[in-house]
Design a protein around this ligand. Structure first.
Ligand SMILES: *Cc1c(COP(=O)(O)O)cnc(C)c1O
Length: 359
């Protein structure tokens, strides 16, 4: 066999691997998965039926233009079809946005710690990551982010609420930031957890984008809508950006099953709002209980909470697993714990109680 390997792009060296949330191992002690911010509920009413019907024709390629879903989204958000683009989850769309805007020599600015896909998709494009530390309260430091923008910056991510801290940026500071960003630099408002926000001061990105051609809003069906396994997300942006997304899309990336499931989910709005409401109640219950135990937790507007555990992070995650819940540790920093079923949340709170007593 030849000693020579195919030449691969140098940028691929050292790309961090995406660490998926650990599943709850069959037969193991952990019965609940609180590690990927998934929705604990089964599919919304009508979704399974739509998917099953679509499954009868998966010998055919899906509708590449996602016509039905695009029409539904256009009505729902009051945006023209030309301002919409769908993709294989909003991570897929985020990757397309970077491919469309940044290559070697260009910079992509984002907060850190934030969503772990950002460094990966930036490096794949050959662009350079510029990470701006969160404030001591674990919130985006928008002034520092604005100051980090140079004439090489092509894209800035604002993750609102932020994964993994659950913290938000509010209207006034976000608008001030957007006013400072040069018009030729794209700002991506990643709103994967939008449905869980209850703070009225957090602006809806879809309102901000209307007057700002350099703002793109990312949404997903993976979290509140409970379709993580089907891979469908979308962007709302002005025409040149949305058109670039259609150019960079993998042909037929969004399956017909995903398209039909997304449409049926949008039509089950009442049920969706009820479920999201219950999860938000659980978020309040869990956050209050943690504070009563003595923990300092940032105010979460998402479907997870963040516990800064530092050096004890890995031990804490192991204790959770032993007790029956899998959480998402970021070694040396903290754990992100999804709000799940009440029983799962109770198990988590038992572990935090025992851990806090040992502090
Ligand atoms: C989960 C998540 C997404 C969405 O992922 P999909 O690819 O749509 O499943 C995007 N951004 C953030 C910050 C997330 O946490």
């Amino acid at each position: 066999m030849s000693e020579t390997n195919p030449k691969l792009r140098a940028e691929l060296e050292g790309i961090p691997t995406y660490k998926p949330g650990k599943p709850a191992a069959a037969g193991g002690p952990a019965a609940y998965k609180l590690s990927s911010n998934e929705n604990p509920y089964p599919p919304l009413p009508g979704v399974l039926e739509s998917v099953t019907a679509a499954a009868e024709s998966f010998n055919r390629y899906p509708d590449m233009a996602c016509t039905g879903l695009m029409n539904e989204l256009s009505d729902r958000f009051g945006v023209p079809l030309s301002h919409l683009a769908t993709g294989t989850g909003s991570v897929g769309v985020a990757q397309q946005l970077i491919q469309a805007t940044a290559g070697p020599g260009d910079e992509v600015v984002y907060a850190w710690r934030s969503f772990e896909a950002y460094p990966i998709i930036t490096q794949i494009s050959g662009a350079t990551s510029v990470r701006v530390p969160l404030t001591p309260g674990d919130v985006h430091d928008l002034d520092a982010m604005a100051a980090a923008i140079t004439d090489r910056t092509r894209l800035v991510f604002v993750c609102n609420p932020n994964n993994p801290t659950g913290t938000v940026v509010r209207r006034e500071e976000l608008e001030r930031f957007l006013d400072r960003v040069p018009a030729d630099c794209l700002v991506v408002l990643d709103e994967a957890y939008r449905e869980f926000i209850r703070d009225p001061e957090v602006p809806d990105g879809v309102e901000l984008y209307r007057e700002r051609p350099n703002v793109c809003v990312l949404r997903t069906f993976s979290k509140a809508y409970g379709l993580a396994g089907l891979r469908v997300g979308f962007a709302i942006a002005h025409e040149p950006v949305a058109a670039a997304l259609r150019k960079t899309a993998v042909p037929f990336g969004v399956s017909q099953l995903a398209q039909e499931a997304a449409i049926a989910s949008l039509r089950a709005e009442d049920e969706l709002l009820g479920r999201v409401g219950s999860l938000v109640c659980e978020r309040t219950r869990v956050s209050d209980a943690l504070r009563a135990q003595g923990w300092t937790v940032p105010e979460s507007q998402a479907n997870f909470v963040w516990l800064r555990l530092g050096e004890r992070t890995v031990d804490f995650a192991a204790a959770c697993e032993q007790a029956g819940v899998v959480v998402r540790p970021f070694a040396g920093e903290g754990v992100r714990v999804t709000i799940g079923e009440a029983e799962a949340n109770d198990i988590f709170l038992k572990v935090t109680e025992a851990f806090h007593k040992e502090l």
